[in-house]
Ligand binder design. Sequence first.
Ligand SMILES: Cc1cc2nc3c(=O)[nH]c(=O)nc-3n(C[C@H](O)[C@H](O)[C@H](O)COP(=O)(O)O)c2cc1C
Length: 186
Amino acid sequence: MSVTVEGDFCSLVNKLMVEPRVFFLISSGIYLISSKKDDKFNSLIACSLTQVSANPPRLVVSINKESLTHEYITYSKIFSVSVLSIDTPKKFIMMYGFRSGRTFDKFKEINYKIGKSGAPIIIDNSIAYLDCEVDGTFDCGTHTTFYGKVIDAELLKVDKPMTYSHYIEVLRGKTPTSAPIFIGSC
Ligand SMILES: Cc1cc2nc3c(=O)[nH]c(=O)nc-3n(C[C@H](O)[C@H](O)[C@H](O)COP(=O)(O)O)c2cc1C
């Protein structure tokens, strides 16, 4: 049986009587997801990326429907993932994670290359990248999950990846309401 409840995250978990702090225990990394629409490029910060199959290698990422990146991935059916280094400045994460490409060109002063899929791949602050073709989607309400078959991957630098817990606990970073894991205080 499924239960449908309306409202923000805190009232939802209260109605369902589940412990909100448990959601903070789900580990994740911090990545740049980039895509294109014709000759325009865009990118956002996502912490919802994970690998879901090995053969073929496939990733899934949850993207907010209001973001420009959602529009670009839906249109081109391609995206790249830049794995950010643990040393990535907080300012860089905030720039890609709090500002929209609708008001600011996120590719203006950045080093990037074009992947095999045709998607742009941001190189700055990245230790590796994966290049994906979308081969499935799922409607999650506020977000769409895009499944991406990995068609290319490269290691750029030997270093540790940025984690969500490092961003929150060490860099004292914040997460916008547009992220799927936004909790606020319940
Ligand atoms: C730490 C962090 C994690 C985030 N995770 C996601 C995510 O998984 N999915 C998502 O759609 N947005 C996520 N966001 C929010 C987007 O990066 C943000 O809404 C961005 O400004 C959208 O840009 P765009 O309109 O140029 O695509 C996250 C932001 C931060 C700072």
